[in-house]
Ligand binder design. Structure first.
Ligand code: GLA
Length: 733
């Protein structure tokens, strides 16, 4: 890994063993792109990369008379001069002008990586990464632009963000400030986005890039289940194991945009950042605005490799604290077992059975506080309901501890029900536009987290509950999109800051709670997977993946999620059958075989199971305890897609390739088929492994494939839907 500055030709080369990122100061003095991809040799002069000629109908810079941004790759383009594509940023001066021109002044190269104030970001020790900061100035606007690029030693990843500082005497408006722009010289790409909705999150959608733009965005105030702030562009022939692809992820949990734009010269521009819709940031004299971080990864070894890059990067350089790379406790959550209809006795009865089964953590979900007996009341009143918990959270936590389990509970700190003491005291604390109706989601309003006193108040209430109780886990929920966004705390010309300030408020509460209670494991949740993003993982190392706990639907949801997010982060539980969301009945073995590839737990009352099922649950817990490090932190390989086949398959392999766990799921049975072969992945080609009771070479299993006829007869090809098969594969010597 190194970052080289070629002072004569004025270009930077950031590289590690796998990738090169090359860009430099253009004839105009701004930053232009040269190359991003597989590692190439370093060279003193790459100024041939700039097109210093013109074409018919092209407008050029008046000084050079031969250079147009339109014909050159940009690093962080603005609109209004000679680049006509989507811009990365937009400033507006007090006279209304929107043109800007940032010119290179200086740069700094250093070991390691600095943090971004108030925002989540990847981190790195001095030997793990190098950072380049390029300082550019717009002399007319009196603005400094700092472009940051970090290259990691061990990952084919560049982290980018930008910062604007106002050095002038007058306020400047930032109307757009995206995190990254990557201009690529051709258009031979397909784009993959991860789209969905509640209960069907992160379904991969592939679209061809061609003239014009493809884009996804969120305007919900959260990253959303509808679109995810992670996209891939790949060569058409790229598959799981082969071929070039680039992934871009935004470390941010609010409104975002991701866009791929192809121009008339067949070049592709990839952009990502805070959604400029409803964003306007007044930059006062002396103030700085920092964008969130965008992570750009490259591979020549297929989509599987790209995913594993993000998995390892997040596990090692994004997730923090005690739970970083630590196997997650097996939990039992009472939500689908009781909903809000519980008291302490009922909970303890469920918990007792969970403890008997070997569960390690009991989680009390929604309904323990205020006057919360259904979803119409209580949010905002974070004090225990004595009718349900006579000795409060602390009393219940101690009783759960006495059963041999840790204890955790549910909160939804960003929300308020109109029927709550908090709202009656502070009706102006909810986001609401004067003179307009306030839309309700699940009977609740969104608290104005852009205001410090609101965040302080919620922090105070939660801290009080937490301080007195042995709490090991928090599920932080967020159950509606933001609407009628307006804050009483800011003047008219600052209303465009509220969406972003809201996200900063959420992050600040997370920062305070995780700082005060460093041992607590946080799981983020937003009606399931409405806020599954890299920003959240910085504070909460796992995310409740979906409210849809149906094992067959979960195969697709978890498969889609795995493209961008590590298995250690995927909240996945065994729930009751028939499933509460889909009505589908599935074997308890299949429900566990899916949930193993996640944080694992139970979302039901184990008392309701038959003796045989309960015995099976005990075995499942034993299996998970033995294998969770491998399942959660091993290298994950997608083998067969549930979107293209009636069977799905995936596996994890230990980093030393001596052990693997293979799983196969039958989503729809097919008659009169040969069982065929399934190619495994990630094994050592020269090692011998035991699989299905026989010995195979790694290369045999990965090239010929595993013959499915050897697998458990009961599990496969018996004409039964929803059966599944799992096996631990061990190296023989
Ligand atoms: C959301 C969550 C669920 C559960 C309920 C409680 O829907 O996703 O898991 O916690 O809220 O109200």
């Amino acid at each position: 890994m190194d970052i080289i500055w070629h002072s004569k030709s004025k270009h930077f080369h950031l590289f590690n063993e796998k990738i090169s990122y090359i860009m430099g100061v253009t004839p105009l003095g701004d930053l232009g792109g040269i190359y991003f991809g597989r590692r190439i040799h370093d060279k003193d002069d790459m100024s041939y990369a700039y097109n210093r000629f013109t074409l018919p109908n092209v407008v050029v810079d008046p000084d050079t008379e031969s250079y147009s941004m339109e014909l050159n790759l940009q690093e962080y383009p603005c609109y209004g001069t000679t680049d006509f594509g989507t811009c990365a940023y937009e400033t507006e001066l007090s006279n209304g002008s929107k043109i800007s021109s940032f010119v290179y002044k200086d740069h700094r190269i250093y070991e390691g990586k600095t943090s971004i104030k108030g925002l989540p970001a990847t981190y790195a020790d001095d030997d793990e990464a190098m950072t380049l900061e390029v300082y550019l100035e717009d002399e007319v606007a009196k603005l400094t632009l700092t472009m940051s690029y970090t290259i990691f030693e061990n990952y084919p990843v560049v982290a980018r963000h930008a910062a604007f500082t106002n050095n002038g005497a007058t306020r400047v408006k930032l109307a757009r400030a995206l995190s990254a722009c990557l201009d690529l010289p051709d258009q031979d790409y397909e784009w993959i986005q991860f789209s969905g909705a509640w209960a069907r999150e992160r379904m991969p959608v592939v679209r061809k890039i061609s003239e014009g733009a493809l884009s996804i965005e969120s305007r919900r105030g959260i990253s959303s289940a509808n679109q995810n702030p992670f996209v891939i562009i790949k060569r058409p022939q790229t598959d799981e194991e082969r071929g070039e692809a680039i992934g871009m992820s935004l470390v941010y949990s609010g409104n975002f945009i991701a866009k791929a734009e192809c121009d008339t010269f067949g070049r592709t521009r990839l952009l990502m950042g805070i959604n400029p819709d409803m964003f306007a940031w007044p930059l006062e004299k002396g103030a700085t605005f920092e964008t969130p971080e965008a992570l750009i990864a490259h591979t020549c070894e297929g989509l599987g490799d790209l995913s594993r890059t993000f998995h390892d990067l997040y596990n090692n350089n994004l997730i923090r604290g005690k739970w970083k790379n630590t196997a997650r406790p097996i939990l039992n959550n009472n939500w689908e077992a009781t909903f809000m209809d519980f008291d302490e006795d009922k909970i303890l009865k469920i918990a007792k059975k969970a403890a008997d089964a070997g569960v390690e953590l009991f989680v009390l979900d929604d309904g323990w506080f205020g006057k919360r007996n259904d979803d119409t009341a209580g949010l905002g009143d974070w004090t225990e309901n004595p009718a349900k918990l006579p000795q409060g959270i602390a009393g219940l936590a101690r009783k759960i501890n006495a059963l041999g389990m840790k204890f955790g509970f549910w909160i939804e700190p960003e929300m308020v029900n109109p029927d709550s003491d908090l709202y009656r005291r502070h009706p102006d604390w909810a986001l609401a536009t004067p003179g307009r109706k306030s839309s309700l989601g699940r009977h609740q309003l969104v608290l104005d987290f852009s205001r410090e006193e609101v965040v302080d108040c919620i922090y105070g209430m939660l801290k009080k509950v937490l301080e007195g109780a042995p709490v090991s886990y928090i599920k932080w929920d967020m159950n509606r999109s933001l609407t009628e966004v307006f804050s009483n705390a800011y003047p008219a010309d600052e209303q465009g800051t509220v969406y972003h300030r809201y996200v900063l408020g959420v992050y600040s509460l997370y920062e305070r709670l995780t700082g005060d209670f460093p041992d607590i494991l946080f799981e983020s949740c937003s009606s399931g997977g409405n806020r599954y993003d890299a920003g959240m993982l910085y504070y909460a190392p796992q995310t409740w993946c979906s409210d849809n706990t149906d094992a067959i639907d979960r195969i697709r949801i978890q498969y889609g999620t795995s493209f961008g997010y590590p298995i250690s982060s995927i909240g996945a539980h065994v729930s009751a059958s028939p499933n509460q969301q889909t009505g589908r009945s599935t074997p308890i073995s299949t429900r566990a075989n899916v949930a193993y590839f996640g944080t694992f737990g139970y979302e039901l009352d184990l008392n309701k199971l038959s003796d045989e099922e309960f015995a099976e649950v005990k075995e499942q817990i034993k299996f998970m305890k033995e294998n969770r490090e491998l399942l959660q932190f091993g290298s994950f390989y997608r083998l067969r897609s549930p979107f293209e086949n009636d069977q799905a398959s995936w596996m994890v392999v230990s980093k030393d390739r001596k052990k693997a766990i293979f799983a196969l799921y039958c989503m729809r049975s097919n008659v009169n088929q040969l069982p065929g072969y399934l190619r495994l992945s990630g094994l050592d080609p020269d090692r011998r492994y035991t699989f299905a009771g026989q010995m195979f070479y790694g290369d045999e299993l990965m090239n010929l494939g595993a013959t499915l006829k050897l697998l458990n007869k009961k599990a496969l090809a018996t004409g039964q839907d929803f059966v599944s098969y799992i096996e631990v594969i061990d190296a023989v010597d």
